[in-house]
Every structure is written in structure tokens, then in C-alpha cells.
Design a protein around this ligand. Sequence first.
Ligand code: GLP
Length: 612
Amino acid sequence: MAYADSLEPSRQLAEEAALLIRAATPEKPFVIGLATGSSPVPFYRELIRLHREEGLSFRHVVSFNLDEYHGLRRDHPESYHRFMHDQLFDHVDMVPGNIHIPDGTIRTEDVYEFCQEYERKIDAFGGIDLQILGIGRTGHIGFNEPGSALDSPTRMIALDRLTRRDAAADFLGESNVPRFAITMGVGTIMKARRVVLLAWGENKAEILAAAVEGQVTDTISASFLQLHGDATFIVDETAASCLTRNRCPWLVGPVHWSSGMMRKAVVWLARKIGKPVLKLVDEDYNENGMADVLAEHGGAYDVNIGVFNQLQHTITGWPGGKPGADDSHRPERALPLRKRVVVFSPEPQDAVVAMGGTLERLVEQGHEVTLICQTSGNLRVADMEARKFATILEDIASGSQPWPEQQSYARTIQGLLDEKGEFGVDPSPVRHLKGLILRGEARDAAEACGLAEGAIRFLDLPFYESGRYRRFHLRAEDIEATATVLAELRPHQIFATGDVAEPTSLQALCFRALREAWAREGNGEWAGHCRVWVYRGKERPLADHEIDMAVPLSPIQLERKLNAIRKFQSIRQDEWEAATLNQKNAANYDSLGMAEYEAIESFQRWPSAAPK
Ligand code: GLP
């Protein structure tokens, strides 16, 4: 089932669970299998609300969590033990003895026995009534990485590289992510009477389609759920976007052949059979389930030209509009000649990575560009960077004429770093310093993209400063700060990201702040003339048919962009990854029969004037 957002379906699921919870008794408790990660968070928030506002009691609930990292202390901020207490258990009246979470602290040699015992306990409670799941990008459920068998039991498992990379931000670096975890097996999950898998946002789209529509295979453990008698996938529209009915709706029933649908279908066809658009012939359409588009629009020749032109019109070296040109088929308007352009970057590096070349062009072409770093990004900066700064400062401050205040600041930072240890939570002075380090790098990167000194601003949105990844809550002050900047800058053009991101992610919250700020400020005269362009992160770049503006980069422009990305030294930004994505865009356009460029940055036009 696909929903517009994560809130309504999470509410419905909580209602379903509440019915079962209310029916539970001491003799027949309700046994729920719980998952961590962002996906179940809205569900947990709704359960907490039901407890607080509607008196739902959890006294007869028994829970079994899916998994836990091996080697983490229980109070480690990223342990699933801690996560579950923060997100649910501390806010409801669960009986502590009824909570079961695999113990990540037990010695390796005791793991086998522990896992057996975990299975025995589940059986002793009569099995799991309702199992909640998320899905990782390897297709894992729990931590059942590729290779997990259908009948696998609770056990220790080595984490996949992709899983560790996805957790890298939470752990402030991939090398800090544990290598092993204890997880319920696929077999344990399959024994649950009912299974519900939750998935939200663009990052899940591809793996979800493979799990639901692909072959049942142990390389994607979620695909085994196809064999379960009562499994439901509850997803939002963006997570559902790669399912055949959304990716190729013409294959599952009649469609309205709008120009957007034609573009999507023809690009799909060209890609599928490996031909450029203008070389497609009637047979290609007929043999691939697209005969009706020919019937409606004449032969392949006309359809091809129509789509070719659409694609051609997305390409522009003038992202802010081309002065004096007929703009009826261009992505941006020619007027006003000098636009006020606001580029929003959730963390300081995001915009430079996704659109450094476009930023440079906008500046070069005379627009008034302001780069707004929405959050400080300080959670990404490694301890080592803060320590390096503190050490240098201490050395300077301890010279022949000591600077006592600076000395004491440097020592405080060093002391706080020692105290919190490798995995501890950064106290606010450390976060502040890390934010300043990233600020400096962001300024350098902006300068490398041609931006003048005053053209970069730091909003340091409060939700970020007081949170951790996956646990952020947007607040009124965040919207207020965003609204203030919009009202002041009155942009003609906005670039932003996060519109289809997982709803609790940093990018999604930054976009929500923008959307809500717009709702407040959007009746200003400027808003009627403002165009919003969205860019995407590396996890799910825009598909060719989704691109409304393609900004080509020459080899030299790409090199300059990489140089700008390299300024983000403290967060070790992988500039080659960005280059590869941009080059892939260009290669895709080339294979569709468009001009061959070195690299392309891509944008989608926000459907209406106002971001909603
Ligand atoms: C981790 C957990 C999984 C979870 C997955 C996805 O790997 N072990 O149980 O489903 O993350 O997390 P998220 O919902 O944050 O995308």
C-alpha cells in the first residue's frame, strides 16, 4: 500500500496494534517484534501519543527486538538498546522484564547460546503476533544481509559494506560502525503471525521494487516475505516509485499519454533496448507494450521527435535563464536578467557536491546568488579535526607571551574530547567548534565556486544543533529562521533538496522547514514569480526522464567543481563520487542521442510555484 506520507499509515498501523494491545491479558500478552531505524519512528510516536492521550497501556505487551550491534555498550548513543528506550520504552508503561533486545555486549563465544535462548523465549511466549520491519538498502530485514537463508535463526552476522556506509553518519565515520551484529533470522521473522514492513523515501525505492517484484532470493532477504501468508508492505509514494505500476504504468494498464508520460516511456524504451531515441522504430514500440502510444500519436517518427525535443529543451548552460533568448522552450525565464537566486544546502557540502558547477555559472552569469547552509553539519566532523585545532591553538597560546583565555579554551576542548571518548555525544562546545571548522571549509568551497564572501550564510537551524541523525524534530524556530531569510531575500529562483527524502532525515526536515516557511511567506509578491528547482543526493539521483534542467559541465568546469568539493577536508567528502554521478548523467543523455558532454548536473522543477 502506498501513501502520500508516513504519518497517516503509521497512525493506522498504531490503531491496529492498539486494538491487539487492548485485548492482551497477563495470560495472553501481545507479543510484538520491533525494529529500529527511522522507518518505525512515526509509528512509535503514535503509540506514545495513544498512551499519553488515550490511556493505552503496554503492561501486557511483550517485545522482541530484531537486532543489535555487537560490541556496543548499551548506553552507546547508537546502540539499538538506547534507540528503543529513547524512541519508545521510556515513554510508555512497558514492564522492563517484558522487553527483549539482543545483548550486544556478550562475548563472541557466548553468542550462540544467547541466540538459542532468544529463540526459546520467543517460543515460550507463543511466538510473535506482529512483527514490524524496516528494510536496509541491501534488502536486509533485521540485519539479515545477503546470503541469509530462509530458515536462518537468530545469530551473529557480519555487516555488509553498504549497510556500514549507510550507518556511517550515525557513527561519525564508517570506521566506527561495528562490523558485526546479532539479528533474528529470516526464519524467526517468517514465523511471526503477521509482518508489516515500513519504508519511506527515495532511498528505498529500488530495493523495495526488487524485494516485492523480483525473484525470491537470499541475496535480498526481504524478498522472502513474498512467501509469508500475512505480510504487508506499507510505503509512501516515493518509496513505491520503482514498482512497475509506477515506473512503467503502461505495462500494467491504460495510461493517459501526457507529455511527461511519453518522455518517461520513451526514455525507458530507449534504455531497455539500447537505442538512441531517434532510432526507435514502430516494432520497438509494439514489441514492448507501447503500441497504444503509436495509435494515439502517429508513428514512432513523430513520437521520437516529440520526446527528443523535450529532452533537448532540458539542456541549458544558462541555469538562471538566457538573456535576450526566446525562453518558451527553455527551463528558466530570461527575465529578470539579474535574478536573486537562493541555494539551500541542508549540510554545508550538499549544494556544492550536487550543483557546484551550476553555482559557478549562476555567479558568472551575473545573478545575485546566496548560498544558505541550513544546518551547521557539525555532526559530520571527526573528533580528530577538533583536536587538531585545539592542539594548534594551545601551541600558539602557550608561546613566549601566553594567551591564557585561548589556552584555557584549547584545554577545555581537549578535555571534553577525552572525556566523551570515541563514541560519546559531543558536548556543545565541541559541536560548536566542529561547526566553525566546517564553516571555514564551506566558505572556501563557496569561494572556489565564485561566490563573494558575503554570499554564504549559515542558518544553524536549531533542530540540528540539539539532535542526532535519525532523531531530529523540526521546531517552530527552524521555520521562523527559514521564513526570515526568504522574506529578506525575496528570491526569483530557489534551489533546494530533500523533497522526497526519508521523512525524518535531515534533508527532509530542511525541505519541510522551507515548505512551511513558504506557506507563511509565500503570499509576498516575489513568491508568485519564484521558481523552485530541486536537486538530489547521491543515493537516488534523478532518473533521465525526471530531469527538467540539465546543466552541462566542460572538463575544466568539472575539475573546478571537484576542487571546490575538496575544500571539505574535515568531512572527507568523496569528490570522485560526485564526478562519477555527473559523468553518468552525461553518458545517459549521450546514449539517448543527445550531445555528448563531459558531465551534467540535473534538476527537477518543483511542480507548482509553491513548494508543497
Ligand atoms: C538497520 C536495521 C534494520 C532497518 C534498517 C533501515 O540496518 N538493522 O532493521 O530496517 O536499518 O533503517 P531505516 O529505517 O533508518 O532506513
